[in-house]
Design a protein around this ligand. Structure first.
Ligand code: SF4
Length: 485
């Protein structure tokens, strides 16, 4: 999971890209970057400039004055492949016979390793260990076959659709086009939205992983880009769509549960409402099982909405029994397990007056590896709680995700091959409850979802994916110990 943003037609590009990326910061904290095109830039003959830094978006501030012109793409990175080095941070760019091509993406390529080898055989060596470079190289190869630029763009994306298996929402800049190209994989696994604004009669377009980043920059009529459709904004600031593929969609259900901001609206379904309905579904389940407690406590912040609606259904007080240390990052998206575990203990502080002598129902968005949940339960018990039940809005995650989230190995998942009772005992809860996959589907209200990590039913071929998970594990080993929390 990463966050991407692209703007065409900005009068204040550096500030707008920076603000847009800040709105997407929760989607990746490993690195941030911006690529811009400014044909009048005094120091850059090509007009293309790029800044990128490891860590948070704010680390871009010292170089932000380098960003100029009216067109930019940017990314916040959460690495699922690649070594997490600065060279893998996006945007990347390449010089093709049809002008500079820049790229930023959100997702993960399932057939990354075989495509990398294929491209090597075709004479293109990868310069980074980032999977978006594969898409960039496939596009660049096709980019000069016709005299017509539009035909080249369409052909290059058709080629991506034919060769690349996985999740990819992509923003491309092309210097010759003088504009932006946006597309999603035909299943639309990862989100991408677009919006339009008119300031002083000048039209501009924005694209982003979440709508709030666009609304904050005054874009309006924000809507999802249809999967399999290319959006092209040309140098006259006109937007064109071309439909290339029609497939059954498989939007990542985990976006509504964990990744996206509570204020976001993806595929026209609000995240807040979905989380509220997930809490209600858990509430009905607990009510049917006669579970009682003194307080409902959310694991801040993603589970708060669900915990409130669960509390309403059960008629039990909602209490803030765990306080988040605002200065510690999101633990799940830290690139390795040791950092995640250390961070939990620093990140959450128990409120003793809420917990002491009480029976508590803790609500969390999901249980992935289980180590975080166990740490939280211990923390709450050490603060004096008598009984601690645990309720997860997402069903048991028993299968790896190969589409851009850092659980690519089945063996690292606590629910992989284990019964709910076994998971309960491992995390040391007095009771454990999950929503079912049909609760999840009902709460989001869409039929065309990917819920593969819960059901094991993947939307496409995953035969190559296991090798990718192993590669990730090797790279995690290499980086272990070198990351700060
Ligand atoms: S496997 Fe799970 S996390 Fe991965 S895309 Fe599907 S729903 Fe999302």
């Amino acid at each position: 999971m990463c966050g991407i943003i692209g703007i065409v037609g900005s009068k204040d590009l550096a500030k707008e890209m920076y603000r847009g990326l800040l709105h997407l910061q929760h989607r990746g904290q490993d690195a941030a970057g911006i690529l811009s095109y400014d044909k009048h830039h005094p120091e850059h003959v090509s007009g293309v400039n790029r800044i990128k830094q490891l860590g948070l978006v704010k680390n871009l501030l010292p170089e932000l004055s380098e960003i100029g012109g009216e067109i930019g793409i940017g990314q916040v990175r959460y690495p699922t492949i690649g070594e997490g080095k600065l060279q893998d941070a996006q945007p990347l760019y390449i010089t093709s016979p049809n002008g500079i091509l820049g790229i930023a993406h959100n997702g993960n390529l399932v057939n990354y390793l075989s495509l990398r080898k294929e491209l090597e055989r075709e004479g293109t060596e990868a310069q980074t260990s980032s999977d978006v470079e594969i898409i960039l190289n496939i596009m660049a190869k096709k980019y000069s076959e016709h005299n017509c630029l539009l035909d080249n763009i369409v052909d290059s994306i058709q080629e991506v659709y034919q060769r690349v298996n996985g999740a990819y929402s992509v923003l491309c800049f092309n210097k010759k086009l003088g504009g932006l190209i946006a597309f999603r994989d035909p299943k639309g696994i990862k989100p991408l939205l677009w919006g339009k604004r008119t300031i002083d009669e000048k039209v501009s377009y924005g694209f982003a992983s979440e709508d709030e980043a666009l609304y904050a920059l005054k874009f309006r009529d924000v809507q999802p880009l249809e999967p399999g459709v290319i959006a092209i904004v040309d140098n006259h600031r006109e937007l064109h769509f071309r439909k290339l593929r029609q497939e059954v969609h498989a939007h990542c259900a985990f976006e509504w549960v964990y990744f996206a901001g509570t204020e976001a609206r993806l595929e026209n379904v609000g995240v807040y409402g979905a989380r509220k309905r997930l809490g209600e579904a858990l509430g009905y389940q607990l009510r049917d099982r006669n579970i009682n407690a003194d307080a409902i406590v959310p694991v801040p912040d993603t589970a708060r909405t669900a915990a409130q609606s669960l509390a309403q259904v059960l008629g039990i007080p909602f209490e803030e029994g765990l306080i988040k240390n605002r200065y510690i990052g999101r633990t799940f998206i830290m690139p390795n397990q040791r950092d995640r575990e250390t961070a939990v203990g620093i990140k959450l502080k128990p409120v003793r007056e809420v917990l002491e002598g009480k029976d508590i129902i803790i609500v969390d968005d999901s249980i992935v590896r289980g180590t975080t949940s166990r740490k939280i339960i211990r923390l709450v018990k050490e603060a004096g709680a008598k009984k601690v039940y645990f309720a997860s809005t997402y069903p048991p995650i028993a299968h790896p995700c190969y589409y851009g989230i850092d659980f690519q190995m089945g063996k690292e998942l606590i629910a992989n091959g284990k019964s709910v009772e076994k998971v309960r005992a491992t995390i040391e809860a007095d009771g454990l409850f999950f929503n079912t996959s049909s609760d999840l589907k009902k709460a989001i209200g869409l039929d065309d979802l990917c819920m593969a990590c819960a059901t094991g039913e993947y939307p496409a071929d995953i035969s190559e994916a296991k090798r990718l998970g192993e590669l990730r594990e090797i790279l995690n080993e290499r980086t272990r110990g070198s990351q700060l929390i």
